[in-house]
Design a protein around this ligand. Structure first.
Ligand SMILES: Cc1cc2nc3c(=O)[nH]c(=O)nc-3n(C[C@H](O)[C@H](O)[C@H](O)COP(=O)(O)O)c2cc1C
Length: 330
């Protein structure tokens, strides 16, 4: 793999989703010769971590895990093997993964399709169509996460949906009552046109107008409110997204990275079929609601992320930092 191919791989990797679009990663190349890349380090950039909602770096690791999966697929799309070593050095916990591009090996059709979907994937915060996600795609997404040892639970039982919606709202209330939370969130909302990090205000400006039984994160607490509907208009139309939870047996950096890899893959499997998603992580960020969720739903192990999914109408809106800021030679 040469330097131009390395840049292509990193350009694909940074399209990964990351909490508040913090992009908490660094890529470091190891060169075998001046023109041949031997390995790629994926490192945590803790200067971009969210101390209030993510003090342990769980979401930071998940974000980087998704970038690792997108990088791996980009290497495979070049037609070479790619071995991924997670947390290879206990003395260097910021070294999250080493990717080793290897001998020529043609990519599978699926790898090519997933890699091609990375540019179309985006977080959908608007409403979804009524069209349900069919069983075949649900099974494909489940397999995509199982490959990483991550379980995926679809919330099909109304009782589980109600429990999740209530705990999510409770978590959101708890977070929003903390001024440090509001301050941290406001610090990642960007008001200029086409910012290269953070959440563009324009992308979340009309959130108040959208109806969902699941409380979404309010990025602009003082932003414009939707006009209340006319009393005679009747109750607003409810949406019925597919909601799922990804979780793991353990709850440590390796489990968080594997969840991120599974998330990256699942989102591409979905995007390839026109399905988008929105993470709703408040309920996991608050320890009390996270454990209540696990107990009430009878989950084995630890829930890591909750997703709303369906057929949306949006498109990618968030920017990415320039390559020079995230890629360096080792
Ligand atoms: C671990 C993780 C947690 C996230 N939590 C939320 C969330 O609670 N609410 C939300 O609207 N988006 C959430 N997101 C989505 C990010 O805001 C989004 O990925 C980022 O802004 C980049 O935009 P994109 O996904 O459209 O490329 C989360 C993403 C990750 C990886």
């Amino acid at each position: 793999m040469n330097n131009e191919q390395l840049r292509e791989v990193v350009r694909a990797a940074v399209r990964a989703p990351s909490v508040h679009n913090t992009q908490p990663w660094q890529f470091v190349s190891h060169l075998a010769t001046p023109s041949e890349v031997d390995a790629i380090e994926v490192r945590a950039d803790r200067s971009r971590s969210l101390q209030v909602i993510d003090p342990l770096g769980r979401e930071l690791h998940m974000s980087c895990g998704a970038a690792i999966e997108l990088a791996r697929l980009a290497v495979r799309a070049l037609g070479v093997r790619c071995d991924v070593e997670l947390l290879p050095d206990p003395a260097d916990p910021d070294l999250l993964a080493l990717l080793h591009p290897g001998a020529p090996e043609p990519p599978t059709e699926e790898e090519l399709r997933l890699h091609a979907s990375a540019g179309a994937r985006y977080t959908e915060r608007g409403g979804f169509d009524e069209r349900p996600v069919d069983e075949a795609l649900r099974e494909k997404m489940r397999l995509a996460t199982a490959e990483q040892g991550v379980w995926l639970l679809y919330l099909d039982r109304p009782g589980d949906q109600v429990t999740t919606a209530v705990l999510l709202a409770r978590a959101d209330d708890i977070e929003r009552s903390n001024p440090a939370y509001e301050q941290e969130l406001a610090g990642w909302v960007r008001r200029q046109a086409e910012p290269d990090e953070g959440i563009p205000a324009a992308a979340v400006a009309d959130q108040g107008a959208r109806v969902s039984s699941y409380r979404r994160r309010e990025f602009l607490p003082d932003g414009p409110r939707a006009e209340p509907p006319e009393a005679s208009a009747g109750p607003p139309e409810a949406e019925h997204p597919l909601v799922c939870i990804l979780g793991t047996e353990g709850d440590d950096p390796a489990a968080w990275l594997r969840t991120g890899q599974a998330l990256g893959r699942l989102l591409l499997v979905a995007a390839d079929e026109g399905v988008s998603a929105a993470p709703m992580t408040q309920v996991i960020e608050v320890p009390a609601t996270r454990s209540m969720l696990a107990a009430h739903l009878g989950l084995l192990g630890y829930p890591q992320i909750v997703l709303r999914m369906g057929y949306g109408h949006g498109s990618p809106t968030t920017g990415r930092r320039p390559l020079e800021d995230v890629l360096r030679d080792g």
